[in-house]
Design a protein. Structure first.
Length: 91
């Protein structure tokens, strides 16, 4: 699973040995063959939020065709950036 190392050096939140005691596994993205129940996960893009006020929301479509600067604090942000491009934004 990835490089087999936990955060911050790798993609895992728990050591691989924890699979032996897990009741279920949540996988975001890649297929993985395990012998436990699997719950698929998806996080669709939603409205944007003004980070200065945390109040003003705008639909993502309002930025269509515009160049945006995106910041992601996730392990593999490329999927997020790709989703923004697919929504019509220039990242």
């Amino acid at each position: 699973i990835g490089n087999g190392i936990c955060l911050p050096a790798g993609p895992l939140r728990e050591p691989v040995r924890r699979l032996a005691t897990a009741d279920a596994v949540v996988i975001q993205g890649e297929e993985f063959d395990i012998r436990r129940p699997v719950r698929r996960m998806s996080l669709p893009l939603g409205d944007t939020l003004d980070v200065a006020t945390a109040r003003q929301r705008r639909p993502l479509a309002a930025f269509g065709g515009q160049t945006v600067h995106a910041i992601a604090g996730i392990g593999h942000p490329q999927r997020f950036f790709n989703a923004l491009r697919e929504a019509g934004l220039r990242v």
